[in-house]
Ligand binder design. Structure first.
Ligand code: PMP
Length: 433
């Protein structure tokens, strides 16, 4: 058999020849060689339960998805300037899940490209460029996306909000500016304040962008009524509403297929990414007919890879698999069970401060009695869980929120296994001290 490079030489090579700002997961990084369903397998044949990967939506290396991709790749792959059934089939599958207002699709290759296109659309439609976004929001890696991502420009290496970006406080009812019940109206007023700040500069607003659950911000659920009221304020000011569904979309919420549907509010544009291709680079922008018509101002939108027959075959099969295997329902059942079981742990382990989320998009926050974030314990916990063969990740501005967003094939047994090991690690000296 071919000689495999040892981990140290793989790491040394990366450090020397790959981008210097690439990060590695875990103190002792893992080399994965295979994926299967909700599991990843390393080079030693060790199996890990994956609670992190929200891209491998219908399961790592899902057979049906892999097969249609291989078959189409062997037959034809071209750009979207030729007629092809696959792009129509994927569009039909998506339209079936969307409200009738969102009737036009554009296909791209990543969440960043989707948000980039959404911002181009709102600029074209409104003639304005001022964007309101949430504190600690993240919307992608391109220039424009970083410019609207407080998670980046307010963090290490960043230099604050650009002139046309307006950030309102993270609508976090647990540790945010306003806490407890009924904070929706107060946070929506914060959005209104930003609208007024834009007007005070003599400008109008282009758009308001937010995720229905703020992922990088630490799985922060939007308070009741917030989104509906914020959209009302934005529309009154002539702005458009963008829902970033890159992490939360495609059935993960359980109760609903899209995140915005939790909130009784319909955006003008939604951006779809990660899960749509189950690991293949595929993303999309859905918008209203009005937005699509105004964006068609004479300048062609061309995307070399977006909407190609291979990507569309894959996306179509992902959406059909969600339906066939009832994965949205599974997200609801397993997610509800897991959330309840996590909540049951908090009386015994008081550092478990808040359990939140929807479907299989959950998070729990580690804090002390004064709500001080415990990032070091979160880091310890995910490294210890790895020792028990379970992959977990942390996020939030204080890195003290553990995120749970596994492939949607995650089962009740998987949830039970997760709880079993969490209990074990929570009881360790470092976690209690
Ligand atoms: N929006 C959100 C909410 C995201 O989490 C991400 C990626 N983490 C993006 C956009 C960008 O997607 P991509 O990395 O595919 O460009």
């Amino acid at each position: 058999p071919p000689k495999r490079a040892d981990d140290k030489s793989v790491i040394d090579f990366r450090k020397k020849h790959l981008g210097k700002s690439l990060s590695l997961q875990y103190k002792r990084p893992i080399k994965m060689v295979r994926g299967s369903g909700q599991y990843l397998i390393d080079q030693h044949g060790r199996k890990y339960l994956d609670t992190v990967n929200n891209v491998a939506h219908v399961g790592h290396e899902n057979h049906a998805v892999v097969k249609v991709g291989q078959q189409q790749m062997a037959l034809l792959n071209t750009n979207s300037r030729y007629l092809h059934e696959n792009i129509n089939a994927l569009t039909e599958e998506l339209l079936e899940t969307l409200p009738p207002e969102l009737s036009v699709l554009h296909f791209v290759n990543s969440g960043s490209e989707a948000n980039e296109l959404a911002i181009r659309m709102v600029k074209a439609v409104t003639g304005e460029k001022d964007i309101i976004a949430s504190e600690v929001g993240y919307h992608g890696n391109s220039n424009m996306c970083v410019d609207i991502s407080s998670y980046k420009f307010d963090g290490k290496g960043g230099s604050g909000a650009p002139e046309h970006t307006h950030i309102f406080p993270l609508p976090d009812a647990f540790r945010g500016k306003y806490r407890g019940k009924d904070t929706g109206k107060l946070y929506a007023k914060e959005v209104q304040n930003q609208i007024e700040a834009i007007h005070a500069k003599g400008r109008g607003m282009a758009a308001f962008i937010i995720e229905p659950i703020i992922s990088c911000g630490g799985q922060v659920e939007l308070p009741d009524e917030f989104l509906r009221l914020a959209y009302e304020h934005v529309r009154k000011a002539g702005g458009l509403c963008i829902s970033d569904e890159v992490q939360v979309g495609c059935g993960r919420m359980g109760r609903t297929f899209w995140g915005f549907q939790l909130h009784n509010a319909t955006p003008d544009i939604i951006t779809i990414g990660k899960p749509l291709g189950n690991g293949h680079p595929l993303a999309a922008v859905a918008c209203t007919l009005e937005v699509a018509e105004k964006f068609d101002n004479g300048m062609e939108y061309f995307n070399t890879f977006g909407g190609n027959p291979v990507s569309c075959a894959i996306g179509t099969e992902v959406l059909r698999t969600i339906k066939r295997e009832k994965l949205q329902e599974n997200a609801h059942t397993v997610g509800t069970f897991l959330k309840e079981e996590l909540k049951k742990l908090s009386p015994e382990f008081p550092i478990l401060g808040d359990v939140r989320g929807q479907g299989l998009f959950l998070g729990f926050e580690l804090v002390d009695a004064n709500l001080k974030p415990l990032g070091d314990k979160a880091d310890y916990l995910i490294n210890r869980m790895k020792d028990h063969g379970i992959l977990m990740s942390t996020d939030g501005p204080d890195h003290n929120v553990i995120k749970i967003k596994p492939p949607l094939v995650f089962s009740i047994e998987n949830a039970e296994e997760l709880i079993f090991y969490l209990k074990k690690v929570f009881a360790e000296d470092f976690m209690i001290a």
